[in-house]
Design a protein around this ligand. Structure first.
Ligand code: SF4
Ligand code: SF4
Length: 299
């Protein structure tokens, strides 16, 4: 397919079968997100913590947090009802690697009960380097890292603080650590043959002129997709945490940055920023059919 040009064959095959990465596959393969990860280890200015993480999911909705056992029960129920079910992702509602016991327990249980389901995880990257060994043991095929900048001065406008080695670090120093961890994690994953997608949240006036450089760097390090997503700054979702009045990009601004970042790199433009507990084919969300109560009643 046109958009897959330039990728090695093994990578291309994985991508073509993944509902989120391939425009073709998302009609035939279903995915679900399991919301097992409530905590987060950083603060993004665009997150107000009442809602799902914006790394991989739509901010402004609240997902029901499940235990690993409940998540596996729900996955099995979905798998029985939706035959195309092929990918389980952990994307929130906080950062999956800031909740690594819960995230890895879910992967372990699932590998026992449904070994054919592919696993993926998304993260802000802060805890990524120390998790790479365990991720490779769980045969995680895809990791998404949200990288909004590679410049700590820009990062200081996006991240007011991180929680690092048992203390809170603020400002530019925080952004510097986060950026270094993200880049290190990306390199370690690529070295182990784990597919890496990079998401960036386009924040007008903050990182719009900078994402082209982010794209160039992550591509050079081996990320197979760079996905530029719009900041969703609707008032009902809470304003930009640190900067009231921050707006999201217009459709034209989003397209201009996506075009500038495209180069010869595969871009994903159909990501729907699904809820952290989304279920079904991309573009549909059948999550409401599989609440805990309903899953229990199915047994
Ligand atoms: Fe919120 Fe996600 Fe950022 Fe954590 S990483 S602060 S959950 S948007
Ligand atoms: Fe796929 Fe939705 Fe996740 Fe985007 S948010 S990668 S479309 S499941």
């Amino acid at each position: 397919a046109r958009q897959m040009g330039g990728l090695p064959e093994a990578v291309r095959r994985k991508v073509e079968e993944h509902p989120c990465y391939s425009e073709q596959a998302h009609h035939y393969f279903a995915r679900m997100h399991a919301a097992v990860a409530p905590a987060c280890n950083i603060q993004c200015n665009y997150c107000n913590r009442k809602y799902d993480c914006a790394n991989e999911s739509r901010p402004g909705v609240v997902s029901e947090v499940l235990t690993p056992e409940q998540a596996v029960q729900r996955t099995l129920a979905v798998g029985a009802a939706i035959p195309q079910m092929s990918v389980l992702g952990i994307a929130g509602p906080g950062d999956p690697l800031a909740n690594r016991e819960r995230t890895f327990a879910t992967f372990r249980l699932l590998a026992e009960k449904a070994p054919d389901i592919k696993l993926c995880v998304s993260t802000n990257g802060l805890a990524l380097p120390e998790c790479v060994d365990e991720l490779s043991q769980h045969a995680i095929e895809h990791v998404t890292i949200t990288i909004n900048c590679v410049d700590p001065d820009i990062g200081a406008k996006i991240y007011p603080w991180i929680f690092w080695q048992h203390r809170r670090v603020r400002g530019r120093a925080a952004a510097e650590i986060l950026i270094a961890q993200q880049q290190k994690g990306l390199e370690m994953l690529v070295a182990r043959g784990i597919l890496v997608k990079v998401n960036s949240v386009l924040i007008p006036g903050v990182n719009d002129g900078h994402l082209e450089e982010v794209s160039r760097i992550v591509k050079a390090k081996g990320a197979f997709l760079h996905n530029v997503m719009p900041l969703i700054a609707a008032p009902e979702h809470g304003t930009f945490y640190g900067l009231t009045g921050q707006r999201g990009p217009t459709a034209a601004e989003l397209k201009a940055v996506q075009d500038a970042c495209a180069g010869d790199m595969t871009m994903m433009r159909h990501c729907r920023q699904c809820r952290a507990d989304a279920v079904g084919l991309l573009g549909e969300d059948r999550g409401a059919e599989f609440t805990l109560e309903k899953v229990a009643a199915m047994e």
